[in-house]
Structures are given as structure tokens and as C-alpha cells.
Design a binder for this molecule. Structure first.
Ligand SMILES: [Zn+2]
Length: 638
């Protein structure tokens, strides 16, 4: 049925009028629920934390000024207590024990006969090794509120409701223990970094146009409230810290942060230092600390300070030194490709359990080769744009940040390579085809925690997500894609863009209709398969019949190579796009054919030359259209 209201003829005129009015108002009601007016909550955190480096425990006070910019009156709020995931019996533990391909970092492997038994490392954590975050003394504007810990979530029944467009202040005390390093945060990681403080504090869950996002911490990452952080960390004076935020008292702290020429001398009795950080407009705050960090500061583009904090290890110092000028170049490429990095500082910190992005910093392993670091460091830096400035909901739409980051990472690494590949995304397409072949693909609308296997999550998010953009370049043209990425950044920085926002941006830039693209690619497992069905002679001309075998539509670029060495190209617009792409290779003559509407399974067109003149016909010579069966894309006379 089409989208019109057809009223039965037997209803009286007045009744019809009434029904029409009812339908119209119902329609308006729907509109207002569809995020047509954007708003976002705001959080102003003040935290004072004391870290006990001997037992990995920390105590803190948190004051959070919360602004409810939503049209709803809030009666409850939720906080993430990520540390609680690292306890035997937690949801994270249960998931490791039941998923088919648990993360290697989170299991121990034992050989029993010829079988390898994987066991959750969380399962055997002792009380002094687990992670926890205990909340006491929760108050709202000085009045006690009921706060209940349920796994990794704190549910707070407010002392008084928060009406739309009003502020309130939450205060609480927290008592934390940093777990043995299992995933992301933890103590004494594999490379010996003492404190990886990721996802370590009581963090307010986000409430947006979809409602609360109080996701339990099972495996996947974050969606946080935009806000400002003012954090004081008191710790043994020998520790060097790196993380989110600008150090305010650099000339008291030293450790490589002091202004040029300043010699920092601690008063004699000083055992601890209090580091004071401020981070404006971020949605997370992470840090790491170690006694043996070397700390270099390198000037990046636009005067941004790039900090490098890494272990004083003779085997790896040279690699880190090599990384420094490269990352200045990478940041410069990203600035030009996406838009200027908006903060004054970024830190590459050796810590964590792999490489993971946080606001203004990454915690990454650093004992590998410089080449190895040259893929992880640019990837994590890329997340500064796709997640830490364009803060899409990473749990619900992991493809938007992992995929887009993978895209810009591959693009930039290719730009920096000595020999450039014609298609720098080729490996992504191969991985996606493998996933389709496996039959295990789940649509990208799947919540990050709900994939059957980690592998399907990764391929869907990183690889298929990156193809969303590289293939969009095929669909609307590379120039339009470049403009789309820049406009997306410009329009949605410091917000929570949704899948529709990238699609609408591409539509605004190109003028093409792309609803079908977002729907088929991200909400289904429909695949693309076009083929050359028949090539036949027709009184001196050649008739070519193409067929659409896959469910997903696509516009078609076609290249014909003739026996005399010349080439020609043809372009078949997709009717539902109402759009004609610019010739991607202006040096080759292109004929724009009639459009192809999706419902017709075949399409016929004529080439003015005889069949005997044709050497080869190729659908999509760029390889950017993710056609799952490549064999039928080529017709060749050998
Ligand atoms: Zn990533």
C-alpha cells in the first residue's frame, strides 16, 4: 500500500473531515517524536581522586552538574560502573564463557588432550584482583537519593524530578579498585604499565531522543554525555600521568609538562602530587600512569601538542621516536580530510591491552614494531574525529565510528605510502565477501553486544562500516564523498550523529536520494550482485544484457575495452536515486544510458561497435562496489 490515506467512501463528509483532522494531528505528533529538533544533555564533572598505588585502590568525590535539555521530566538517572564487569559471575564473565570466539586477551588457554580449553580470566579473579566501583552518599542538590547498584549500572531514583531545561547537582563518593588487566583498564598490563585508568569513574549514562542508554558493560564501548571535566588526581609523586585534559598546574608537577625553562623542585616532604586536569567538551575521561614513562612533546599541526608517553625501554625507544613525526603528518592529513582537530592536545600513551581510543588520547601497546604501531596509532587518532568529536552511539551503531575510522585510516596510510594502491580498501572488500560467504552475517543494526561472534561484530563494524564510505564514493562520486565527510564533521561535531545524519549529509551535498543505500546496506544483509548475462551481435552492433541477481540495487559503471586498444565507459543511473554521477575517469569517454529501475531484473543496452571488436566488458572497474560475486562482472574474449 502506498503512503496515502484512502478513506472508505461510505463514511459521511463530516466523519471524513474529522478522521482527516485526526490523521493530520496524528502525523504531526509523529513528527515531533522524530528528532526534528536536536537537543543534548550536558554534564559538568568535578572529581577529586586519591590513588593508592600499593593496592590499586582509589577513593574519590564526584560533583556533577547536570542540565536536562530534553523535553522530558526525568525521575531516574543511571550511571555506568564499568569496573564491576571485572568480577566473577558478571555479564562480561558470562559472555566470555559462552561466546564461540572469546577475545584471546580475556581467556587462558589450557590444553586438555588435543583440545584447547579457553577459560575466562575474570572467572578466577581473587577479591584483591577484581575491579569494583562502590558508590555511597548519593545526593541530589544536597538531598539523599536512592542509588542501587545492579551489575555495572547504578540506578538512581531521584530525590526530586528534573523538569525540562533545568539543572541539578549530583554528588557522590566512590571507592574503586583497578582490576588485574583483562580488557582496556587494569593494573600492570602485558608491557608493565602500572595503571591503565580507562572507564574508571562513575559515568552518567546518556539520555537522548531515543531515551536512556544505560547499557550494561558486556564487551562493547560507550555512549556518553557531552560535558566538561575538572579532575584532580592525587598520586605518589614518582608517577608520570598522561590522559584526557589539559594539565593546569604543570609547573608544580613537572614530569615533562612544565613550561620551557622551568625547573620543578618538589618541597622536601612531598610524597604525592595532585594533578589538576581540565577537559572541555568531551564525553569521557581516561588516564594512565607509570613510574618509568618517558615523555616527549611534539608540536603538531595548528600548534596542537602531541604527547608521547612510553616506557623507558632501550628496545622500543627508537620505534616511538619514529612514530612521532609520522603522527604529526597523520594528524595533518586528517585535518585536511575531515576538519581541524578541535582540542589543543592529544596523547599517545603506552598502556591498555591493545589500542583503544579515549577523549584526547589513546592507550596503546608500544612494544611492537614501528610498522605495527603505524597502523594502530593512526587508527586510534582517527577516532578523535569519529567517536570523540562525532559521538555516534558506539554500542548501537559501531559501524559509524569503527567503520569510518577504518576508512580514513586506510585512506591516509595509502596517501602516505611510497607506492599508492589504486584501491586502498581492497582488503576490506575481501573480508566482507568472506563474511557473506560464511552465512554468519548479521545486519549492522545489531547492537554491538548482540553479535553471535566477535568476528562477525568486527567485520560488520570495521570492514562493512568502512565500505559504507568507500562504496558511497562509487555511488555519488569521490568529490561528493570528500565534501560529505567534511560537511558531516562541520554539522555534527560535538553532537551525537545518527546513521540518518551521514545519509542526509550525503544527500544534501550530492542531491542524490540515498534512503535505499542506508536501508539496504546497514539495516539488512541484502547483498549486491550484478552480472553480464549475455553479449550478442545485432547487425553490426553489440547488445549487452545485464542482470541484477542480488537484492540490493546499485548504479552501474561499465568499462568496455576494444580490440584496437581503445576504451569506452557507460554509466547506468539507478532510477530511485534521481541522480547522475560525474564521470569518475574524464580521460575515458563516457555514455550515460537510460536509468535502471530496481524491479526489472535485467537491463539491455547497445554498443555501437561490432561484437568482434570487443575484448572485455567490466562492471565497476574501480572495485568499490561490493559485488559479492565478481566472476560474472567480467565478459572477456580470450
Ligand atoms: Zn577503532
Amino acid at each position: 500500500m502506498e503512503g496515502q490515506f484512502v478513506l472508505p467512501f461510505f463514511i459521511s463528509y463530516n466523519m471524513r473531515k474529522f478522521l482527516l483532522l485526526a490523521l493530520i494531528s496524528l502525523n504531526l505528533g509523529n513528527l515531533s517524536a522524530q528528532n526534528t529538533t536536536y537537543w543534548q544533555q550536558h554534564a559538568a564533572y568535578k572529581m577529586d581522586v586519591v590513588m593508592d598505588v600499593k593496592n590499586y585502590q582509589y577513593k574519590g568525590k564526584q560533583e556533577l552538574g547536570y542540565t536536562n535539555n530534553s523535553p522530558d521530566t526525568l525521575r531516574k538517572v543511571y550511571y555506568h560502573l564499568f569496573n564491576n564487569a571485572f568480577q566473577p559471575g558478571s555479564e562480561m564473565d558470562a559472555r566470555i564463557q559462552t561466546i564461540k570466539d572469546p577475545d584471546d586477551r580475556m581467556v587462558t588457554k589450557n590444553k586438555v588432550g588435543d583440545r584447547v580449553i579457553k577459560e575466562s580470566r575474570i572467572k578466577s579473579l581473587k577479591p584483591n584482583e577484581i575491579g569494583y566501583l562502590k558508590i555511597t552518599n548519593f545526593k541530589q542538590d544536597g538531598i539523599i537519593a536512592v542509588a542501587k547498584t545492579v551489575g555495572t549500572i547504578l540506578e538512581v531514583s531521584l530525590a526530586k524530578p528534573i523538569p525540562p531545561n533545568s539543572n541539578t547537582t549530583f554528588t557522590l563518593d566512590f571507592d574503586g579498585q583497578l582490576p588485574v588487566q583483562i580488557r582496556r583498564s587494569g593494573r600492570n598490563n602485558v608491557e608493565g604499565i602500572e595503571l591503565s585508568m580507562a572507564q574508571w569513574f562513575p559515568k552518567l549514562a546518556e539520555f537522548d531522543f531515543e531515551g536512556w542508554h544505560a547499557d550494561p558493560y558486556i564487551a562493547r564501548e560507550f555512549h556518553g554525555v557531552w560535558g566538561d571535566f575538572d579532575v584532580k588526581i592525587t598520586i605518589d609523586k614518582d608517577y608520570v600521568l598522561g590522559g584526557t585534559g589539559y594539565l593546569q598546574n604543570q609547573n608544580e608537577i613537572g614530569h615533562g609538562y612544565q613550561d620551557a625553562g622551568v625547573v620543578v623542585i618538589y618541597p622536601k616532604k612531598t610524597k604525592t602530587l595532585t594533578w589538576h586536569f581540565i577537559a572541555p567538551m568531551v564525553h569521557d575521561f581516561a588516564w594512565a600512569a607509570d613510574k618509568n614513562y618517558l615523555h616527549d612533546v611534539v608540536k603538531g599541526p595548528n600548534d596542537v601538542d602531541l604527547h608521547f608517553l612510553y616506557k623507558d625501554n632501550p628496545k622500543t625507544i627508537a620505534n616511538w621516536k619514529k612514530l612521532e613525526p609520522l603522527m604529526v603528518r597523520v594528524m595533518d592529513f586528517y585535518n585536511k580530510k575531515i576538519g581541524d582537530y578541535p582540542y589543543k592536545q592529544y596523547s599517545f600513551i603506552q598502556a591498555g591491552d591493545g589500542a583503544m581510543e579515549y577523549a584526547m588520547c589513546t592507550l596503546m601497546l608500544g612494544n611492537g614494531t614501528a610498522e605495527g604501531m603505524m597502523t594502530s596509532a593512526p587508527h586510534e587518532l582517527g577516532h578523535s574525529w569519529f567517536q570523540h568529536v562525532l559521538a555516534s552511539n558506539e554500542s548501537k551503531h559501531p559501524w559509524m565510528d569503527e567503520g569510518f575510522t577504518t576508512y580514513v585510516e586506510d585512506f591516509v596510510l595509502n596517501e602516505m605510502a611510497i607506492t599508492k594502491a589504486e584501491n586502498p580498501f581492497k582488503a576490506n572488500y575481501a573480508a566482507y565477501y568472506n563474511l557473506v560467504e560464511s552465512g554468519k552475517e548479521q545486519p549492522q543494526t545489531t547492537h554491538g553486544d548482540r553479535y553471535d561472534e566477535n568476528r562477525t561484530y568486527s567485520t560488520s563494524s570495521y570492514v562493512k562500516g568502512s565500505i559504507f564510505l568507500s562504496q558511497l564514493g562509487y555511488v555519488i562520486g569521490q568529490d561528493n564523498l570528500s565534501k560529505t565527510i567534511k560537511r558531516y564533521y562541520h554539522d555534527f561535531k560535538f553532537k551525537h550523529p545518527t546513521p540518518n545524519d551521514i545519509k542526509r549529509t550525503a544527500e544534501r551535498v550530492s542531491g542524490a536520494n540515498l534512503d535505499w543505500y542506508l536501508t539496504d546496506w546497514t539495516q539488512t544483509t541484502n547483498t549486491i550482485d550484478y552480472g553480464i548475462k549475455e553479449v550478442k551481435d545485432n547487425s553490426g552492433k553489440t547488445l549487452v544484457t545485464l542482470e541484477r541477481i542480488g537484492r540490493m540495487p546499485m548504479p552501474i559503471d561499465l568499462k568496455v575495452e576494444y580490440t584496437d586498444g581503445t576504451t569506452e565507459s557507460f554509466y547506468i543511473p539507478l532510477r530511485m536515486m534521481s541522480f547522475e554521477k560525474e564521470n569518475p575517469n574524464p580521460e575515458i569517454k563516457r555514455t550515460v544510458l537510460n536509468d535502471w529501475a530496481w524491479a526489472y531484473p535485467t537491463y539491455e543496452f547497445a554498443i555501437s561497435k561490432a561484437k568482434t571488436m570487443i575484448k572485455k566488458i567490466i562492471i565497476d572497474p574501480s572495485g568499490l562496489m561490493a559485488d559479492v560475486k565478481q566472476a560474472n562482472n567480467v565478459y572477456e574474449i580470450k
